[in-house]
Design a protein around this ligand. Structure first.
Ligand SMILES: C[S@@+](CC[C@H](N)C(=O)[O-])C[C@H]1O[C@@H](n2cnc3c(N)ncnc32)[C@H](O)[C@@H]1O
Length: 275
């Protein structure tokens, strides 16, 4: 089914303004991902369907569209350089710096949960018996309700675990009779999943020691990325970090320091002239 040009321009404009996703070159992607859904909803024309979306005040239909248009590709042990920094630098520093033992970690754009669960496993490995002395709950957010639903269940195929060390599979996953693997309750209870649109203000109770936003901003244009990174900066504790994907470039105008590829640092008070 074909999307008329004026319908495409309007929809792409709304999605960019509301969710940051730049779909201006992606008419075919919208058509291919939405056609069956629109037909299933009983419409044989995109325009008619979109009119109902625009008048739907609940916003539910737009979130259905978004769940279908986001790219949720993710996997365990992705970009292991970050996990190395996480254990060798971030956690070591945080142990000294975080005086109330409330470690604040946010996986922003968490997709199916592989990333926050992976971080939780590293936390368990790092703290061991000392874990109970820390509040290590990880906030994990996304705009795709579909991805969030699957993330909460924490069930993965055997193939999805192929990069996870075998002893970790045994320790942190439970094998079901149908051959799938579920993240253990211990690790699941370490992650709190929530809907959050990264275009919205960041109003969480406390600032974060670490924000992990990897492979999300590749879909945003430069200005959107710059604005988001500046919001992240305001939401980061001094001495905290932002991890971005290795394929992404940091915006030109920002106050974080780049300490190594894809690792951005917010200086401690006094180290930064703007603080
Ligand atoms: C490619 S996945 C990356 C997942 C994971 N961070 C990783 O690196 O493996 C990008 C995720 O960002 C989410 N996303 C895109 N735009 C977003 C927005 N405006 N607010 C929150 N999440 C968003 C998508 O739904 C998707 O799940």
């Amino acid at each position: 089914m074909q999307l008329r040009n004026e319908d495409f321009i309007k929809l792409a404009g709304i999605i960019k303004a509301k969710y940051g996703l730049n779909l201006t070159e992606k008419k075919y992607l919208i058509e291919s991902r939405l056609t069956n859904y629109v037909l299933d909803c009983g419409f044989d024309d995109f325009g008619e369907y979109l009119e109902t979306v625009y008048v739907d005040r609940s916003g539910i239909e737009m979130t259905n569209i978004i769940s279908r248009l986001t790219t949720n590709y993710t996997y365990f042990m992705r970009e292991t350089e970050h996990f190395e920094h996480f254990t060798k630098v971030f956690l070591k520093e945080a142990e000294q710096r975080v005086s109330d033992n409330d470690l604040r970690i946010w996986s922003a754009g968490c997709s199916y949960g592989n990333e926050p669960y992976n971080l939780a496993i590293y936390l368990h490995e790092y703290f061991g018996n000392n874990l109970d002395n820390w509040d290590t709950r990880i906030l994990a957010t996304d705009i795709s309700f579909n991805a969030l639903r699957m993330a909460k269940r924490g069930i993965y195929t055997e193939q999805a675990l192929e990069d996870v060390p075998t002893d970790w599979v045994k320790k942190y996953f439970v094998r079901h009779v149908n051959g799938t693997y579920q993240v253990t309750d211990d690790i699941r209870s370490n992650v709190v999943f929530k809907y959050h649109n990264l275009m919205d203000p960041i109003n969480f109770k406390k600032k974060f020691d670490l924000i992990v936003c990897r492979n999300v901003m590749i879909y945003f244009d430069e200005q959107t990325k710059e604005d988001l990174v500046n919001r992240f900066y305001e939401a980061t504790e001094p001495g905290g970090y932002l991890y971005i994907g290795h394929a992404e470039s940091a915006p030109r105008n920002m106050r974080y320091e780049i300490v190594r590829p894809a690792v951005l640092y917010k200086p401690l008070k006094g180290d930064d002239e703007d603080e």
